[in-house]
Design a protein. Structure first.
Length: 260
């Protein structure tokens, strides 16, 4: 039986919570005692996710690119629950293909990817820090990618945005530590994961989804595609007090890709 109560009494917000990694994070945090607000611009799936995950989980519509929406969402969480202890920035978009290389990528696509993947993380951290500072501190977990650690010619903008998440997470951690805010910030770098976004990536390299999966599997030392829970359990550790001495770090959860 798994240990329970690892996030008991904590108030958590999770972006990208309607599906995939974000939904899995919300589920694991809630079952370990946290009160969780899932945030996503996909309201239909977000409501369904919250209803499926139980009474500890609620949903609020949020476009992570909108600073006023961030202010409102965090203010609502603090007003309703008395504070904010955990923020998981899991929202993201992905573009890959020959047209997304550094020579031919469009400025429009570059800006779209960075607006969600990088600016969304920036805004979440910016407005979570004051809320956490006013209580007892907290933990920010930003979902980056192995694409933020290694080059990818056909996903130049995506890789750059995820590399930015990695570096910005360290800046947040340093800022908060120097000011004794008791706020930790870390990034997680997933490899290939069986999510809607992951399946989109797999379809982009082969004629069928299963062929794409097989191609991805061959490049993974453990020879398997990750599951959302593989990332969610890493988030759970960083959100809990078990990681109280961990900040400014990058945790790679990738089946061994980055060791080769």
């Amino acid at each position: 039986m798994r240990e329970t109560g690892r996030t008991e009494g904590k108030i958590a917000m999770v972006t990208g919570g309607a599906s995939g990694i974000g939904r899995a994070c919300g589920q694991r945090l809630a079952e370990q005692g946290a009160v969780v607000c899932l945030l996503d611009r996909n309201a239909e799936d977000g409501v369904d996710a919250a209803e499926a995950l139980g009474h500890r989980v609620s949903f609020a519509e949020l476009d992570v690119q909108n600073e006023d929406a961030w202010r409102g969402a965090i203010a609502a969480a603090v007003s309703e629950h008395g504070g904010l202890d955990v923020l998981v920035n899991a929202a993201g978009i992905f573009m890959r293909g020959p047209e997304h290389n550094p020579e031919t990528a469009s400025l429009e696509d570059w800006r779209a990817i960075h607006a969600v993947n990088m600016e969304g993380v920036f805004l979440g951290c910016k407005h979570a820090i004051p809320a956490m500072r006013e209580t007892s501190g907290g933990s920010i977990v930003n979902i980056s990618s192995v694409a933020g650690l290694r080059a990818s010619a056909h996903a130049a903008a995506y890789g750059a945005s995820k590399g930015g998440v990695r570096q910005f997470s360290k800046s947040v951690a340093h800022h908060c530590a120097r000011r004794d805010y008791r706020i930790r910030c870390n990034s997680i770098h997933p490899g290939s994961v069986e999510t809607p976004m992951g399946q989109h990536a797999m379809r982009g390299v082969a004629a069928t989804l299963e062929e794409g999966r097989e191609r991805y599997r061959k490049g993974i030392p453990l020879k398997k595609i990750g599951e959302p829970d593989d990332i969610a359990y890493a988030v759970l550790y960083l959100a809990s007090d078990e990681s109280k001495y961990v900040t400014g770090q990058e945790l790679t959860v990738d089946g061994g890709i980055m060791m080769s």
